[in-house]
Write a protein that binds this ligand. Sequence first.
Ligand SMILES: NC(=O)c1ccc[n+]([C@@H]2O[C@H](COP(=O)([O-])OP(=O)(O)OC[C@H]3O[C@@H](n4cnc5c(N)ncnc54)[C@H](OP(=O)(O)O)[C@@H]3O)[C@@H](O)[C@H]2O)c1
Length: 325
Amino acid sequence: MGYRVAVVGATGSVGREMMMILEELEFPVDEIHAVASRKSIGVDFSKVDIVLMSAGGAISKEWSPKIGKAGPVVIDNSSAWRMDPDVPLIVPEVNPDAVAMFRRKNIIANPNCSTIQLVVALKPLHDAARIKRVVVSTYQSVSGAGKQGMDELWDQTKGIFVLGPTDPHVFPKQIAFNVIPFIGAFKDDGYTDEESKMWNETHKMLDPNIKLTVTCVRVPVMVGHSEAVNIEFETPLDADEAREILRDAPGVMVVDKHDETGYITPKDAQGEFAVYVSRIRNDATVPYGLNLWVVSDNLRKGAALNAVQIAQLLHERGLIEKTPA
Ligand SMILES: NC(=O)c1ccc[n+]([C@@H]2O[C@H](COP(=O)([O-])OP(=O)(O)OC[C@H]3O[C@@H](n4cnc5c(N)ncnc54)[C@H](OP(=O)(O)O)[C@@H]3O)[C@@H](O)[C@H]2O)c1
């Protein structure tokens, strides 16, 4: 017997992937409700076992606790509940046991897309040699801003060649043939909230003692986030050892040949499940340092896949209570 599942935000970039991944992973589903803004009425959430929430922060803030109280477990894709101490923030390869306290609010948070791929790559290295400090620069695709972000890149690209430039709406400056070193909103310290999500969430899931600094950049790529990651360790770990550790790590694929195509680009990662690690090099400027290039499909491992893997984790541990029919 499978579960009754609702996907809220089912017409969005992430929601659509969720519907596909439930099928691809053969998650046991008996009944599925696809909910979007034009069809939000009519679902009785008390008659559903699992809700995959992916309709933005404002909807999650208001609705996830109400739905959680009605019975089903909510796996929430927005940033609304990630730092709540009563809500576990989960990447199954990194901190699966933290899921245990999810009944406090009946909500489990899915981390930020850039954080997920980062911690999947950092976790096995941290276990091996204790990470002291990480410096990350992201190269984030426009699908991270939803389907409107993808439409804007498409329209601007066509516009520049065919119709003349169009004004930016979703992004603050032209994104076609450009890069924008600003994602989210500025905070008082000059960082953006997208940047602070990455260290806050890494601290919550992996280790609060890791020092992490980030620059988040939007690039004119449709799908797939990339990260240049510099790591400093407490104890020795060289590139060859790191490559071997990452080859055995759950969720990671190493593609690291020293030839002109021996690394991963976002185009290669699109539609795939893995977090890819390439360009593994020693950083000789510190005692124990490494550089990595980390790429993953932000709509899959960065969002929908991780959410479905959380549901799988709950299922495997027998933690999903079926609500009465
Ligand atoms: N894109 C990413 O890489 C990524 C990664 C991690 C987390 N997230 C998070 O996932 C969430 C969804 O992102 P997205 O990229 O899929 O956005 P999106 O493409 O803009 O889709 C938004 C979805 O929410 C639905 N929606 C809007 N208002 C609604 C309402 N009142 N009731 C029910 N459904 C409503 C929309 O339905 P209509 O089609 O009917 O308007 C659509 O299905 C956001 O919280 C985002 O921060 C995204």
